[in-house]
Design a protein around this ligand. Structure first.
Ligand SMILES: [Zn+2]
Ligand SMILES: [Zn+2]
Ligand SMILES: [Zn+2]
Length: 175
C-alpha cells in the first residue's frame, strides 16, 4: 500500500468572532497580521479555515489548515490580531476516543470490538440487576484492558500518547 501523503498541519485560533464569515475572517486575518509578507492570494493558499469548534456564539474557535512554513510563523508569533482582540495559535491535535470500546485513536465507526463495552470497566454489559464493581473507581479503561488498574488524565495514558504520536505522524511539519 502506498504511503499516505502527509497532511498540512492544523492549528487552532481561540475566541474568534463567530458571526464573521470564514472567507471574510481569512481576509481580515491576512490584513492584520501577514499583509507585509504575503499577498492575499499567497496567504489564502496557506491558510484555510477548515472547521469550528467550541462555543458557537458570539465566539468560536477556528481550526485552520496551514502550510508548514506558516505554521512555524503562527506558533512563534507573540500575538496575532483578530478584530480588536489578540489571540495565539496552537497546534490542533485531537486524539480520537472510541465510545464503543473506550480506547484511543479511532472512533466507533472503525472499532474492531463487536460489542459495546462499559465505560467503567471495559467489560461487556453486566447481568441485569448487578452493578459494576468498578462503577465508582474512575479507572482508565484503555489501561484496564491492558491489565493495569490506574486512574489518570488522558494526557498521561500510554494509549493516548501512542495515538497522539501516530496522529502527529500524519502531518507534514517540515518547512
Ligand atoms: Zn473502539
Ligand atoms: Zn463493570
Ligand atoms: Zn490509561
Amino acid at each position: 500500500m502506498a504511503e499516505q501523503q502527509p497532511l498540512n498541519p492544523l492549528i487552532i485560533l481561540y475566541n474568534t468572532d463567530a458571526t464573521q464569515d470564514d472567507a471574510i475572517f481569512e481576509t481580515a486575518f491576512h490584513k492584520q497580521n501577514y499583509s507585509e509578507e504575503y499577498t492575499l492570494t499567497e496567504f489564502r493558499e496557506k491558510f484555510k479555515v477548515t472547521f469550528r469548534v467550541g462555543p458557537r456564539m458570539p465566539d468560536c474557535h477556528r481550526v485552520i489548515e496551514v502550510h508548514p512554513e506558516l505554521r512555524d510563523k503562527l506558533l512563534k508569533a507573540p500575538r496575532l490580531f483578530v478584530g480588536y482582540r489578540s489571540t495565539r495559535a496552537r497546534d490542533y491535535l485531537r486524539v480520537l476516543k472510541c465510545y464503543k470500546c473506550h480506547d484511543y485513536g479511532h472512533v466507533q465507526k472503525y472499532c474492531t470490538s463487536v460489542e459495546q463495552l462499559r465505560g467503567t470497566c471495559g467489560e461487556k454489559q453486566h447481568e441485569e440487576g448487578t452493578t459494576c464493581p468498578l462503577k465508582n473507581e474512575d479507572l482508565c479503561v484503555s489501561c484496564l484492558k491492558r491489565g493495569n488498574r490506574i486512574k489518570h488524565r488522558n494526557q498521561d495514558c500510554p494509549g493516548h500518547k501512542l495515538a497522539l504520536s501516530k496522529l502527529k505522524g500524519k502531518f507534514n511539519y517540515r518547512t
